[in-house]
Design a binder for this molecule. Structure first.
Ligand SMILES: Nc1ncnc2c1ncn2[C@@H]1O[C@H](COP(=O)(O)OP(=O)(O)OP(=O)(O)O)[C@@H](O)[C@H]1O
Ligand SMILES: [Mg+2]
Length: 365
């Protein structure tokens, strides 16, 4: 989201200071972020630090000319997708053709006409932004397919093993129970993917809602499981805090998953604390704290990545999919909030371990 709001980055590569000045002044009027390199080598060196959205590349430069620079840009995976517009002298048709052959998307002739330059630059930036958006959507789709394939395979294999072991069960009811729980697992995965898709396709219907009442609703759904495992759930949230969220996802996905995780990775006879703090007129932090097994730094760093395996069994063997947290993050970000994780693992800190998940939410009237 923030990526989109940043001004497009345009790099000018030219060895003539006067050209740089003319181009820079014209482009700055459009609020582009301008970077300047005085030759091809310098431009390539700068690619480690900044990846521009567009490069304006002079053909004639000492050391490394524009053609060679373009060739090298197109040879690198990291830079090959950056559109290049060549800056050429008017008469050089050969240059223009050669530039296109090397992968340039357009050219501008010197002396520059400001209107023409701006139109060409804007067109290429718009095309790049559409391509980036298509790629983003395609990556999201890949992630969904990944979840579906990976996680539907588990319950299906379980069902096959159960069916193959039918002689092992004394009664049909015993077998039925295991089959049902496998089917339920599969349906949960499908539900998760549906929610992710809904999130991608529509904007959520955000409302101003009472934090305590939603947390209490979620608590009711999980009360029995907390009691079963002898984990005490303490809620300490003022009853006058309103936050900007979407109700169903907040209660059923966000709070539910965070409480389920806190419970799953806690030991019996410990506690889970839910607190809220108003930090200023517009922000609220909701904290879910447990004293369970905690997470290593490596695990935390992959926690929101659907391609990383983070799922572990709970302290009493409870199973999960590992997709809860990526979904929680997506929802929280869709509310305009942020999620923060602080954890110390039992392995590294045997005396004091546990996890605090902080949700930074927008406060409303
Ligand atoms: N409070 C926590 N304490 C310790 N580890 C945690 C905690 N929350 C998450 N984790 C670790 O992160 C992993 C991923 O959590 P996530 O909620 O994404 O998936 P899951 O709980 O394994 O599966 P699901 O949410 O689908 O039931 C967990 O399996 C666990 O290893
Ligand atoms: Mg979970």
């Amino acid at each position: 989201m923030t990526e989109k709001q940043k001004p497009p980055r345009v790099m000018i590569v030219d060895d003539t200071p006067q050209n740089i000045q003319v181009l820079g002044t014209t482009l700055r009027r459009e609020n582009y972020q301008i970077y300047v390199a005085q030759n091809g080598l310098q431009a390539l060196g700068m690619m480690n630090e900044i990846l521009p959205d567009l490069i304006l590349l002079d053909v004639m430069m000492p050391e490394l000319d524009g053609f060679e620079t373009c060739k090298r840009l197109k040879a690198e995976e990291r830079t090959r997708h950056i559109p290049v517009i060549f800056l050429t002298a008017k008469a050089e048709t050969n240059d223009i053709v050669h530039g296109f052959e090397l992968g340039a998307v357009d050219y501008v002739t010197k002396p520059f006409n400001a209107t023409e330059l701006l139109i060409r630059v804007r067109t290429q930036l718009e095309l790049k932004s559409s391509r980036d958006e298509i790629e983003r959507i395609s990556n999201e789709r890949k992630a969904l397919v990944h979840i579906l394939c990976h996680d539907l395979a588990n319950p299906m294999s379980t069902m096959i093993s159960i069916l193959n072991m039918q002689d092992f069960f004394a009664t049909f009811d015993e077998m039925r129970e295991l089959l049902l729980s496998a089917v339920e697992n599969g349906l949960n995965v499908i539900q998760l993917v549906r929610e992710m898709q809904a999130l991608d396709e529509h904007r959520l219907n955000l409302e101003s809602l009472n934090l305590l009442s939603m947390v209490t609703e979620s608590e009711r759904l999980l009360q029995a499981r907390f009691q079963d495992k002898q984990v005490a759930l303490h809620i300490n949230i003022p009853n006058d805090i309103q936050v900007q969220v979407e109700r169903t996802s907040f209660v059923n996905s966000v709070i539910n998953n965070l409480l389920t995780n806190a419970l799953k990775f806690s030991y019996p006879n410990t506690e889970v604390n839910l607190t809220a703090e108003v930090t200023n007129a517009h922000k609220v932090i909701l904290r879910i704290q447990d004293f369970g097994i905690g997470m290593s730094e490596k695990l935390v760093s992959g926690l929101f990545d659907v391609h990383k395996t983070t799922s572990r069994r709970g302290t009493e063997g409870e199973q999960g999919t590992g997709f809860g947290m990526p979904l929680v993050q997506k929802f929280v970000e869709a509310y305009g909030g942020e999620i923060e994780v602080t954890s110390s693992s039992e392995k590294e800190h045997p005396k004091q371990h546990g996890t605090v998940i902080s949700l930074h939410l927008l406060r409303s009237e």
